[in-house]
Ligand binder design. Structure first.
Ligand SMILES: [Zn+2]
Length: 430
């Protein structure tokens, strides 16, 4: 698995800024000019052959899987993409969505969320925050473990319009507790049984796409390295990747990274906590570069405590870009600083990444990182009918990171309408 990385270590500041400029080519619309114009209209009636169920017309398609940034029409039938062309006549479709002035991308993929509500303190309902806000596929990152996954499978995933897949926590109880004064999930290793995790993964291969473990002393006590060794056993046996949460670990990061292999994912990569990816001088450490060289992937996982503008800027200046951009949406951050994935993406616009670079990281790269069991992250004909229509709104916006630090941005990505398997979802009112 080789990702289409734009993060060469030799990425210069000049190239960086050139990339930023390209995002300005897209005409930005004024705040508020959005959803109503894009309600689907019945197609003109004189046409003979209604071959398509839905036609998304006139939008600027950004599809990094095909290196495409241009005006295109997208036609869907039976929940799949069937045509992607410069002009498809409106008369050929039962419904037509006018996307002129808007951005049209493959349905966004958020590889770090917590969408297992009612069990423990983290979970939120997926649809209001995902499919109604541009995200067609959400990965629940370890909210469930072997003992609680059956409830996620039976009561949550089938009811969600969002495609939900899961990383199984290596700890059998998953994330049912918080931290101090309660017991963190890895503080008692009796809950960390790799055989239970393997069995659950084997029995649920359609939904479990990897394992999750959290390295923060408040969740692990001194057990992080032993927990990771057990996760390694499970991952090798089940042949699945591990996603590791970092930030404030008991064990120095280098020792933990040494156990990760190609295809494993580090999330919360750009936090400002102890044992992060940069040294006290702000330089990305040699162990982190080595891990990337051997194919370990570095994800954002913004969250309430895990994304620092300052750390991110230092990494960008050194050409160390994230492989994937995810939100880590959970109950404590939906009202800020995260809000949703498109807000997280907007922060990368103000940091200088282009729209193409940003969407690469939440479409094609995210799809390649895990086996979602469906062709997603692309608008190629034959792929799932998952499409995000977004507005790039111009204005003065204040964005806040997980440390409470702010930056001003002049552009903001806002969801207009999301298509999931051919069905339309609008942002919830209010
Ligand atoms: Zn998380």
């Amino acid at each position: 698995m080789e990702l289409d990385r734009l993060n060469s270590p030799h990425f210069s500041r000049r190239e960086w800024l050139a990339g930023a400029g390209s995002s300005l080519l897209l005409a930005a619309s004024p705040p508020g000019a959005n959803a109503r114009a894009s309600k689907p209209q019945p197609a003109p009636t004189e046409a003979d052959d209604k071959s398509f169920d839905l036609l998304i017309q006139g939008g600027k398609v950004i599809d990094p899987s095909q290196d495409l940034e241009d005006l295109r029409d997208v036609a869907l039938r039976d929940g799949k993409i069937v045509r992607l062309e410069r002009h498809i006549p409106a008369g050929q479709s039962r419904q037509v969505l006018d996307a002129s002035g808007k951005i049209v991308t493959p349905g966004l993929i958020d590889i770090h969320t917590h969408v297992f509500p009612y069990v423990g303190p983290y979970g939120i309902e997926a649809d209001p925050y995902c499919v109604r806000r541009g995200v067609t596929t959400a990965l629940d990152a370890g909210t469930s473990g072997a003992f609680t996954f059956p409830a996620l499978r039976k009561f949550i995933i089938p009811q969600a319009a969002t495609r939900v897949r899961a990383l199984l926590h290596i700890v059998s109880i998953g994330m049912v507790t918080g931290s101090t004064p309660h017991m963190g999930e890895l503080e008692d290793l009796r809950y960390c049984d790799p055989q239970l995790a393997v069995q659950a993964a084997e029995e649920n291969r359609d939904l479990i796409v990897g394992f999750k473990i959290r390295f923060s002393e408040k969740y692990t006590g001194p057990n992080d390295l032993e927990g990771l060794k057990r996760a390694r056993v499970a991952a090798d046996q089940a042949r699945l990747p591990i996603m590791t949460h970092i930030g404030g670990s008991f064990t120095p990061l280098g020792q933990l990274l040494a156990l990760l292999r190609k295809g494993d994912v580090v999330t919360h990569s750009f936090n400002s906590l102890r044992h992060g990816i940069v040294d006290p001088e702000g330089m990305v450490t040699p162990e982190v570069h080595e891990a990337r060289q051997r194919g370990v992937l570095f994800d954002v996982g913004h969250g309430a405590g895990s994304f620092s503008f300052e750390v991110m800027e230092k990494c960008l200046h050194q050409g160390f870009l994230p492989d994937t951009i995810s939100s880590d949406l959970y109950s404590a951050n939906t009202q800020g600083p995260v809000h949703d994935l498109t807000t997280t993406l907007s922060k990368f616009l103000l940091l200088g990444m282009s729209l193409g670079e940003i969407f690469t990281r939440c479409t094609v790269n995210a799809a390649r990182t895990f086996n979602f069991g469906a062709e997603i992250g692309t608008l190629k004909p034959g792929a799932e009918g998952d499409v995000s229509v977004l507005d790039l709104v111009a204005g003065d916006f204040t964005f806040t990171d997980s440390d409470g630090k702010t930056r001003q941005g002049r552009q903001k990505l806002q969801p207009v309408v999301t298509v999931r398997a051919g069905k339309l979802f609008y942002p919830a009112a209010g």
